[in-house]
Ligand binder design. Structure first.
Ligand SMILES: NC(=O)c1ccc[n+]([C@@H]2O[C@H](COP(=O)([O-])OP(=O)(O)OC[C@H]3O[C@@H](n4cnc5c(N)ncnc54)[C@H](OP(=O)(O)O)[C@@H]3O)[C@@H](O)[C@H]2O)c1
Length: 255
C-alpha cells in the first residue's frame, strides 16, 4: 500500500477521552488533520463542545459528550452514542488522566484511589466497552496514554506515587491486552510522553523548569504538535504490525 494511504484516516472514527484540552486535544487535532471523525468526551461537556466546534473546521464530523471515565454507565453511553452516530469505532485513545501530589507518607487513600480509578481503571473500562465493539468489527486500534513516569522512579521534587503506579499499570495493561486481542486484529499500544506544558503539568514545570530542562537532551519541553505524529502512526494502518509497544515521546529524557 502507498505510504500516504497507510497514514490516511479519512472516514475513520476515533474516541478520545479527555479530548477537550491539553494532549488529548492535540492528538484529536492530529487525527482530524488526517481525516478522522472525532468523539470527544470528558467531564466538562462545554470544553468538549468548544474543541469539537473548532476541529469541525478541518472538514470532519465531531461529537462532544460528557463522560467521567470512573463511571461505567457513562462510558457505555459514550460507546453507544458513538456507534449509533457513526456505525463504526476504529480508534480509542485512553487519554483522560489526573495526578495528585503529596509525599508518600502523607498520601491519602482517597487521592490514591482517584488517580488509580481515573488513569488505570478508566483505561480498563473504556477498553473493555469499546473492545467488545471492535471484536465484532474484527479490527481496531487502542492507544493508552502512559508516561515516562510509569517507566521508572522520579527525584524528590516529583511526589506523585499514585500517578507513577497508575502509569506503570497502564504499560503492563497495554502489553497484556495486546497479547489477548491480537487474535481479533486489534492493536493495543501506549504513548509515554515526557514533559509537555498543559493544565496538569504547569505548576510542576513552573517550579522546576531549569532542573527538568537539564535532563532533556533536546533541551526543551514538548510542543503543541510533538504528539500528533505518534498518535496518527498508532491510529493508522501504518502501525498494523505494531502491538504491545510503548512509544516514548520525551525529547530524550529517558535515553
Ligand atoms: N502533560 C504532560 O507533561 C504529560 C506527560 C505524560 C503523560 N501525560 C498524560 O497525558 C494525558 C493528558 O494529560 P494533559 O497533560 O493533557 O492533562 P490536562 O490538560 O489536565 O487534560 C486532562 C484531560 O482529561 C480529562 N479528565 C480528567 N479526569 C477525567 C475523568 N475522570 N473522566 C473523563 N475525563 C477526565 C480532562 O477534562 P475534564 O476535567 O473536563 O474531565 C481533560 O480533558 C494524561 O493521561 C496524562 O497523565 C501528560
Amino acid at each position: 500500500m502507498n505510504t500516504k494511504k497507510l497514514f490516511d484516516l479519512s472516514g475513520r472514527v476515533a474516541i478520545i477521552t479527555g479530548g477537550s484540552i491539553g494532549l488529548g486535544r492535540q492528538m484529536a487535532e492530529g487525527l482530524a488533520e488526517m481525516g478522522a471523525n472525532l468523539v470527544l468526551c470528558a467531564r466538562k461537556k462545554e470544553r468538549c463542545e468548544q474543541a469539537a466546534e473548532e476541529l469541525k473546521q478541518l472538514g470532519v464530523k465531531t461529537l462532544a459528550l460528557a463522560c467521567d471515565v470512573k463511571d461505567l454507565d457513562q462510558i457505555r453511553d459514550v460507546v453507544q452514542q458513538a456507534a449509533s452516530e457513526f456505525g463504526r469505532i476504529d480508534v480509542l485513545i485512553n487519554n483522560a488522566g489526573t495526578a495528585w501530589g503529596a509525599p508518600v507518607e502523607e498520601m491519602r487513600l482517597e487521592h490514591w484511589n482517584k488517580v488509580i480509578e481515573t488513569n488505570l481503571t478508566g483505561t480498563f473500562l473504556f477498553s473493555q466497552a469499546v473492545g467488545r465493539f471492535m471484536v465484532r468489527q474484527r479490527r481496531g486500534k487502542i492507544i493508552n496514554m502512559a508516561s515516562v513516569a510509569g517507566m521508572r522512579g522520579a527525584p524528590a521534587e516529583f511526589q506523585a506515587i499514585g500517578y507513577h503506579a497508575s502509569k506503570g499499570g497502564v504499560i503492563a495493561f497495554t502489553k497484556d491486552l495486546a497479547c489477548k486481542w491480537g487474535i481479533h486484529n486489534i492493536q493495543v499500544n501506549a504513548i509515554a510522553p515526557g514533559w509537555f506544558p498543559t493544565r496538569m503539568s504547569e505548576v510542576m514545570i513552573e517550579r522546576n523548569r531549569d532542573a527538568f530542562l537539564k535532563k532533556i537532551p533536546l533541551g526543551r519541553f514538548g510542543s503543541d504538535h510533538d504528539l500528533k505524529g505518534a498518535a496518527v502512526f498508532l491510529a493508522s494502518d501504518a502501525s498494523n504490525f505494531v502491538t504491545g509497544h510503548v512509544l516514548v515521546v520525551d525529547g530524550g529524557q529517558t535515553a
